[in-house]
Design a protein around this ligand. Structure first.
Ligand SMILES: Cc1cc2nc3c(=O)[nH]c(=O)nc-3n(C[C@H](O)[C@H](O)[C@H](O)COP(=O)(O)OP(=O)(O)OC[C@H]3O[C@@H](n4cnc5c(N)ncnc54)[C@H](O)[C@@H]3O)c2cc1C
Length: 229
């Protein structure tokens, strides 16, 4: 199938929110947390790159959150797209989805690793038996807390949802969490060891968090992760 770009807007320097539609289907079927793979021939080579869907199923539309990798191949191509342009894509895939919404959960993201959680958070909270959910989101500065309004609105509506952005280069006016996501794991987990943890972002952070969780006594099966690199 082909995905046609409807619109985009920049949500931070070199970070863009894209809205696509797939004109040949009426409803694009996927679960919150899955990704699509884009394919294009670039510099004479067929290139494929996966991107997490940052929206809930809505007719034939889906949204993405991407950062520009300057030395990269595919992200500069996507950043050059204009509304009306299209790109080849595969049907949504992936196992980074909430398994048991009746189980307490911790979501951990850095940077554009927030993309799948933009869909998984409302998906989890919509479940009638949803338990406590914490989203720990690491970025550098306050003005790069992507989708802040979206998550704050969810936290306002669902007392069982805690939204904890943490800033690694916080300005002095910031009163929230500071430092890396790794430093707030214990605070988020407390003495609980029976929750599911979902981690999304670059390899270094994901591996670090997994190692800490294993040391704390978490089982492999309780840790679900998506590495972007
Ligand atoms: C399942 C899955 C879902 C993904 N979802 C997203 C998403 O929602 N948003 C998104 O921006 N990316 C996402 N990615 C990464 C994406 O597929 C590409 O790797 C990324 O756009 C870079 O591609 P490129 O061709 O421009 O650069 P490449 O030439 O492939 O890579 C250049 C370098 O950039 C590094 N890199 C890869 N991804 C990133 C990143 N996001 N930020 C900084 N450095 C990176 C790689 O380690 C590599 O060293 C996802 C990856 C996977 C495996």
């Amino acid at each position: 199938m082909r995905a046609s770009l409807l619109e985009f807007h920049d949500i931070a320097p070199e970070v863009r929110h894209f809205v696509f539609e797939v004109p040949e289907v009426e409803q694009l079927q996927f679960k919150a947390g899955q990704f699509v793979s884009f394919k294009e021939t670039l510099n004479g080579k067929k290139i494929t790159r996966p991107y997490s869907i940052a929206s809930l199923p809505d007719r034939n539309r889906f949204e993405l959150c991407l950062n520009l990798v300057h030395q990269g191949i595919f992200s500069p191509y996507l950043f050059a797209m204009k509304p009306g342009d299209s790109v080849e894509m595969s049907a949504p895939l992936g196992f980074f989805t909430v398994r048991d919404p009746a189980k307490e959960a911790l979501f951990i993201a850095t940077g554009t690793g927030i993309a799948p959680f933009r869909a998984m958070t409302p998906d989890y909270l919509a479940h009638p038996n949803a338990k406590q959910l914490t989203l720990l989101f690491g970025v550098r500065h306050e003005n790069t807390i992507y989708y802040r309004d979206h998550f704050e609105a969810l936290a306002g509506k669902h007392p069982s949802f805690r939204f904890w952005p943490t800033l690694s280069r916080a300005e002095s006016s910031w009163t929230g969490h500071t430092g890396h996501v790794q430093s707030h794991l214990l605070e988020a987990i407390g003495d609980r060891r029976d929750l599911d943890v979902f981690i999304c972002g670059l390899k270094a952070m994901v591996d670090d968090v997994r190692a800490i969780l294993k040391e704390l006594g978490f089982d492999r099966k309780q840790i679900v992760f998506e590495k972007y690199d």
